[in-house]
Design a protein around this ligand. Structure first.
Ligand SMILES: C[S@@+](CC[C@H](N)C(=O)[O-])C[C@H]1O[C@@H](n2cnc3c(N)ncnc32)[C@H](O)[C@@H]1O
Length: 204
């Protein structure tokens, strides 16, 4: 009798399941059809699997800290999408990034998860790898004029700071300022479900 081949475990984020469709809609509207996209902080790999299914013309390069690669690879295997590239190790705090130039960068829920030094390094890296007129998409919660946009975001921020006092929801205005320093200007600030935003930046 032949034994069934067991697939590696698929990590699942419930939040990802809720937000993947609206995120893919924005990317479908904003990205050039054959864009090469670097994803930073891919997490489980679910965004990569979903978006590569919905946008077969783009080439999606996931990246993460080393411990997440196995889960992302499991989603890659499950999806069988040829445009879902093998994940790369990328720590935004490091100067050396394993990519040279891309048409776009996407990062979901990383800016609030890390501290300001990492956000600044991330902006520097994005400014370096993004081609001129290329787009960067930063998805997640942001504060405006120092204010939370919902009680849920306030609770998330408190949870984040208990876990790591350096982390927490960032002020939109400060993020835009950090982006400007790397020649990234704000093109759009799109309202997303559950009090999240999609900031669309363009390299100039
Ligand atoms: C809240 S999770 C978001 C994961 C995924 N993007 C999503 O939206 O479901 C934040 C991710 O940032 C990653 N991360 C933390 N520090 C990082 C760093 N220095 N460089 C790259 N990624 C980092 C974590 O490993 C984690 O998977």
């Amino acid at each position: 009798m032949t034994q069934p081949v067991s697939e590696p475990a698929l990590p699942v984020s419930e939040a990802c399941l809720r937000n993947q469709a609206p995120i893919a809609d924005v990317l479908a509207a904003e990205l050039p059809e054959q864009a090469v996209v670097l994803e930073i902080g891919s997490g489980t790999g679910q965004h990569a699997a979903y978006i590569t299914s919905k946008l077969p013309g783009i080439k999606w390069q996931p990246s993460e800290l080393a411990g997440h690669l196995e889960g992302i690879n499991a989603w890659r295997l499950r999806s069988q999408n040829a445009n879902f590239m093998p994940p790369l190790i990328l720590d935004v705090a490091q100067d050396l990034w394993p990519v040279k130039q891309v048409d776009a960068v996407f990062s979901a829920n990383v800016v609030h998860f890390v501290g300001w030094p990492q956000v600044r390094s991330m902006m520097t890296g994005i400014g370096r790898v993004l081609r001129r007129a290329g787009l960067a998409f930063l998805y997640g919660p942001f504060n405006y004029a120092g204010q939370y946009t919902s009680e849920g975001n306030q609770r998330l921020d408190e949870w984040l700071r208990q876990r790591d006092p350096e982390s927490g929801i960032k002020d939109f205005e400060q993020v835009i300022l950090a982006a400007r320093k790397e020649k990234l200007r704000l093109l759009k600030d799109i309202a997303m479900p559950a009090n999240n935003r999609m900031l669309v930046l363009q390299k100039y």
